[in-house]
Ligand binder design. Structure first.
Ligand code: PMP
Ligand code: GLN
Length: 382
């Protein structure tokens, strides 16, 4: 986790945000919105601070938020979750992932993820002492090969960690792929850990939580976060739902990572999760329109575009513009066009980077005026 000089290697997101700040370029790199989410959520946090909700909350999270999470799982997915024993509130999805992997992965255990993968996965598997096994998602459709997926499993598999909707490809993994994951997890007695932080941000494609598939619920830890849905990435309120013994094991780790987190934000997220369906649909529709705007602009600028089914990001292929090193292009992009993106190679192992060499990830969770400005600037690449 350290760079060549022994200091912490910055994540690609921190690196590219620093580049944007230093150059004044439009930051379509790190995925965070530049506008606030629902007023009800913001107001509830302010009210909680003013009402004195400022001390340690309960270790599992406040009763109100746990109840709202359980209601959310029942309402959206038909999942029955006991709010007292089967829910844990965490410091973002990141802590849920960290505590889960630290709780279950021992040296020698294998953790399977798709590749490209969110950067934290590789780092957390290493922190836990596990071995990271990857299954490639390749262009143009970013779907796994079933035989490769099957071959990744073995008696050493402890966890299969599935992110859908997927960062960075935007793919909502088809039900058939998820069913194969469950079948294999059962056969090899592995845990399924899901990362569903973009669950409400899909564009006309339904999100399928793995826990809702037959045979899955008893071995699945479902992870999500308020950050993306409510545009509150800085609040770091996440959660997981799982059978009680699994939650207990994760809690045993979480209590020594952060102990508890985000007291006044917990009632605010509870209020958010209880907002009418129309609010969630509106958030997704607005984001889908922003995707269309940026994707159109990238096409006009000469990129090939690999359209996402959901999430914050679109992948653009710079090969038609004559670039075959996306990392070099991303470092030059502020000067060439006044825009920052992230090379997809940052989400794959160095030895697999050549397969993703010309791909850049751009975030569209930004104001329309900002996206229009960015699209105009990217036209300079032609
Ligand atoms: N998983 C994925 C796939 C993400 O994209 C992110 C946020 N960028 C996270 C986890 C982290 O979520 P949180 O901020 O809630 O820790
Ligand atoms: N999840 C965000 C992204 O993919 C970044 C979060 C972070 O900076 N760690 O851009």
């Amino acid at each position: 986790l350290l760079g060549p000089d022994g200091s912490p290697a910055p994540t690609v997101f921190a690196e590219m945000s620093a580049l944007a700040a230093a150059t004044g370029a439009i930051n379509l790199g790190q995925g965070f919105p530049d506008e606030d989410g629902p007023a009800e959520v913001l107001d509830a946090a302010v009210a909680a601070v003013r009402a004195g909700v400022n001390q340690y909350p309960p270790g599992r999270g406040t009763a109100e938020l746990r109840a709202a999470i359980a209601e959310h799982q029942a309402h959206w997915y038909g999942l029955s979750v006991d709010p007292d024993r089967e829910v844990l509130v965490t410091a973002g999805a990141t802590e849920a992932l960290a505590a889960t992997l630290l709780a279950f992965v021992e040296p020698g255990d294998e953790v399977i993820t798709f590749e490209p993968f969110y950067d934290a996965y590789g780092a957390l598997v290493r922190l836990a002492g596990g071995t990271h096994v990857t299954v490639p998602l390749t262009t143009p459709d970013f779907l796994p090969d079933e035989d490769v997926l099957r071959a990744a499993f073995s008696d050493r598999t402890r966890v299969v960690l599935v992110n859908t909707p997927h960062n960075p490809t935007g793919r909502v993994l088809p039900r058939a792929v998820l069913e194969t994951v469950v079948e294999l997890a059962e056969r090899y007695d592995a845990l399924v850990v899901t990362d569903e932080v973009y669950e409400h941000l899909t564009f006309d494609v339904p999100h399928v939580p793995i826990a809702a598939l037959p045979g899955a619920v008893d071995r699945t830890i479902s992870i999500s976060s308020a950050g993306k849905t409510f545009s509150t990435t800085g609040w770091k309120i996440g959660w997981l739902t799982a059978p009680a013994p699994l939650v207990d094991a994760v809690l045993a780790v979480k209590q020594f990572l952060t102990f508890v987190n985000g007291a006044p934000f917990q009632p605010a997220v509870a209020a958010g999760l209880r907002l009418p369906d129309t609010v969630f649909h509106g958030i997704a529709a607005e984001l889908g329109a922003k995707h269309a705007l940026l994707a159109e602009g990238l096409l006009e600028a000469g990129f090939d575009v690999l359209h996402p089914d959901g999430g914050y990001f679109v992948i653009a292929d710079a090969a038609p513009l004559g670039y075959d090193d996306a990392r070099a292009l991303c470092l030059e992009l502020p000067r060439l066009a006044g825009v920052v993106g992230v090379p997809v190679s940052a989400f794959v192992r160095p030895e697999h980077a050549p397969g993703y060499r010309s791909l850049v990830r751009f975030a569209f969770c930004k104001r329309r005026s900002v996206l229009e400005d960015a699209v105009g600037r990217l036209g300079a690449l032609r």
